[in-house]
Write a protein that binds this ligand. Structure first.
Ligand code: ZN
Ligand code: ZN
Length: 435
């Protein structure tokens, strides 16, 4: 019997989880594969015991039930999904070089690798620095340690497989120089036809829909973001430099287990809050004015992304009015999210509120974006986008108003799309906070 500690997040995830694709709450159950050390740890507030292949809650004040949770990411299922897409595209194999795709398919987290997938085999190529790490992380693929370029070794291996005549590569992730090198490594008779440019990415669409494991991690990442926000509220005061706020936030993030920040922390105060991407500078926080904080953490490879705008001092009426409109637009955007909703329609729901308030011109970016292993993923929630949201997608809803040389406000949540709506993964308060 093992013993693991799992925090409250799994309760919210589980209680809300049925429609979001979580495995749900059950009295009992078993895993298809035995639980390994690679379980998903969700904090340390509740104690859970691993008993008869079930997670038994033994000391949670607010729950007295078994929660069955898959403890191992099912990479074989992901490879299976990819193979179906390969067959549909008329390809015999795929060269994967984009590291987030590679991580998604195999679990490998190193910085130098290529993955070769055929209808029958999967092989990961990496260099000697990753011998042990690859063996530890990857079970879905054979591993080959190479002395030179992993991608070229992958191309050579693919070319040597019988029945593999057409192999796709993602032109959006392949430089012209690299493609020339791959082709040069092929036997002359294969140089022209063997590598085919994908008409559309094959792995990325799989990544758009998050499975239960991913949703659990992203819930945890978003909650860590909220914890950081709570903490930074106690730290912020006039006279501090923006970079001190960012440094405190990032330092605390690492202490709480973040692998890294998802992007350079935005801390934009006073008139700088009118910059949508106002990275923290040496500017000093004013006695009176907005402070926009946009930040995220990476947890188990997954990014979180949230924005809150707070006020130092007492806001003027015009400042408060703009804040209220942005909040109204943000809530309208969240309310428009559901399985089947058009990405452009969600954007319009938020934009219409600001347009009606005469602030259309001041909302200069799209309403949101997909997030996952990368901070910006598809779909984009913007005008003219024809994609529809699907259950399991995680997107941000982040309208903003930017009044040059005056002030700006943005509010951003991460939400998981469900059949009937969405789960807001960022429960930090959104009513205007005055510090
Ligand atoms: Zn953001
Ligand atoms: Zn964002």
């Amino acid at each position: 019997m093992g013993c693991v500690s799992i925090g409250q997040t799994i309760h919210s995830a589980t209680a809300r989880g049925r429609s979001a694709g979580f495995p749900g709450t059950q009295k009992r159950g078993t895993w298809a594969t035995p639980p390994s050390a690679r379980f998903i740890s969700l904090g340390a507030q509740c104690r859970w015991e691993l008993k008869n292949k079930a997670l038994l809650c033994v000391a949670a004040p607010h729950a007295s039930r078994f929660v069955i949770y898959p403890m191992q990411v099912d990479y074989s299922r992901r490879i299976g999904q990819l193979r179906r897409r390969l067959t549909k595209a008329g390809l015999h194999g795929l060269l994967v070089t984009h590291l987030p795709d590679l991580r998604y398919l195999s679990g490998f987290t190193g910085s130098s690798a290529a993955l070769a997938v055929t209808r029958r085999g999967v092989r990961l190529f990496t260099d000697g620095r990753y011998t042990h790490q690859a063996a530890d992380e990857v079970s879905v693929a054979e591993i080959q340690i190479v002395a030179s370029s992993p991608a070229i070794a992958a191309v050579e291996w693919l070319a040597a497989q019988s029945g593999v005549d057409f192999v796709g590569f993602d032109p959006a992730r392949t430089t012209v120089a690299n493609l020339a090198r791959y082709r040069a490594a092929l036997p002359a008779r294969l140089r022209k036809s063997f590598l085919s440019e994908l008409a559309a990415p094959l792995v990325e669409p799989l990544r758009w829909i998050k499975d239960a494991d991913e949703l659990a991690i992203m819930t945890e990442a978003a909650l860590l973001g909220c914890k950081l926000f709570d903490h930074i509220l106690t730290f912020i005061r006039p006279g501090l430099r923006e970079i001190e706020v960012a440094a405190e936030l990032e330092h605390r993030a690492r202490l709480l287990g973040a692998e890294a920040m998802s992007f350079e922390t935005i801390a934009a105060s006073g008139a700088r809050s009118a910059l949508p991407h106002g990275r923290a500078t040496t500017a000093v926080l004013p006695r009176r004015g907005f402070l926009t904080l946009d930040f995220g953490v990476i947890l188990k490879g997954y990014c979180s992304d949230m924005t809150r705008t707070v006020y130092l001092g007492k806001p003027r009426n015009d400042e408060r009015a703009v804040y209220e409109k942005v909040l109204e637009a943000q809530l309208a955007g969240v309310a428009a999210v559901a399985h089947g909703a058009g990405c452009a329609d969600v954007d319009e729901a938020a934009r219409a509120v600001l347009r009606a308030a005469g602030l259309a011109e001041a909302f200069t970016h799209s309403t949101g974006h997909g997030v996952g292993l990368e901070i910006h993923e598809s779909p984009r929630l913007g005008a003219g986008q024809t994609n529809r949201l699907q259950e399991g997608m995680v997107v941000t809803i982040e309208p903003g108003v930017y009044l040059a040389d005056r002030f700006g406000v943005r509010i951003e949540d991460m939400v998981a799309v469900t059949k009937t709506g969405c789960q807001v993964l960022t429960p930090a308060p959104k009513a205007l906070i005055e510090l």
